[in-house]
Design a protein around this ligand. Structure first.
Ligand SMILES: NC(=O)c1ccc[n+]([C@@H]2O[C@H](COP(=O)([O-])OP(=O)(O)OC[C@H]3O[C@@H](n4cnc5c(N)ncnc54)[C@H](OP(=O)(O)O)[C@@H]3O)[C@@H](O)[C@H]2O)c1
Length: 185
């Protein structure tokens, strides 16, 4: 069963969480400032509010992070490392490739998988199901995230080749294809 937790309920993350909720995939949320998570819970009482990224990780198999910058993503992923064995992290923030590569290697070393998946578009695009996600990660695991949570939470999209992926620096494996996906039902 697909169970998704969203970490970061800012402008983009709150809307992505809303879409995943509507798709029936969202188990719970974590936000550094708890008030935003409580606001989300007030609208959706069946969504859990977690007190830490680690607590969220224990309950879900897919962890989506949508955070401000490299420092925010690094601190959250580092905190998650002891809890990522068997988990899939889909990292949607816009951060540097160097940080992505380093964090993905750490997640892999801890027994998890991290997809680097920056989003292109605005908050309105998220609401209107038009957001583009450039997915980088291990090709063999991509089908697992495309139908759910990404594709199942999507309206429609036209998969297309995308030349960049952080994982091309990690192995000689062919890069995962990029996809245009909409994180909305
Ligand atoms: N907004 C856009 O139109 C847009 C478009 C494309 C890509 N992006 C990218 O998407 C990402 C998110 O953007 P956004 O607009 O949603 O940002 P945002 O509204 O500023 O939200 C940032 C989120 O990061 C959390 N955060 C910041 N520092 C943290 C830390 N040290 N530890 C834990 N959590 C931390 C914030 O928590 P608090 O609530 O506690 O502050 C908040 O949940 C960014 O990388 C941005 O570049 C944004």
């Amino acid at each position: 069963m697909t169970s998704v937790g969203v970490i970061g309920l800012g402008v983009m993350g709150s809307r992505i969480a809303e879409n995943l909720y509507r798709a029936g995939l969202l188990t719970g949320v974590y936000n550094r400032s708890r008030a935003k998570a409580e606001d989300f819970h007030a609208k959706h009482p069946d969504v859990k509010v977690y007190s830490s990224p680690a607590e969220l990780a224990a309950d879900v198999n897919y962890i989506i992070t949508v955070l401000s910058d490299d420092a925010a993503v690094s601190s959250v992923i580092e905190a998650l490392l002891p809890h990522v064995k068997g988990k899939v992290i889909i990292e949607l923030s816009t951060i540097s490739p160097t940080t992505s590569v380093s964090l993905a290697a750490k997640v892999s070393g801890a027994g998890g998988v991290m997809f680097d998946a920056p989003i292109m578009g605005t908050s309105v695009d998220v609401e209107q199901k038009r957001i583009t996600v450039l997915v980088g990660g291990p090709r063999e695991r991509y089908p697992e995230i495309e139908p759910r949570p990404l594709r199942q939470g999507a309206s429609h999209g036209s998969p297309r080749p995308w030349p960049w992926t952080c994982y091309k620096h990690l192995s000689k494996a062919p890069p995962c294809r990029g996809s245009r996906l909409s994180l909305s039902p």
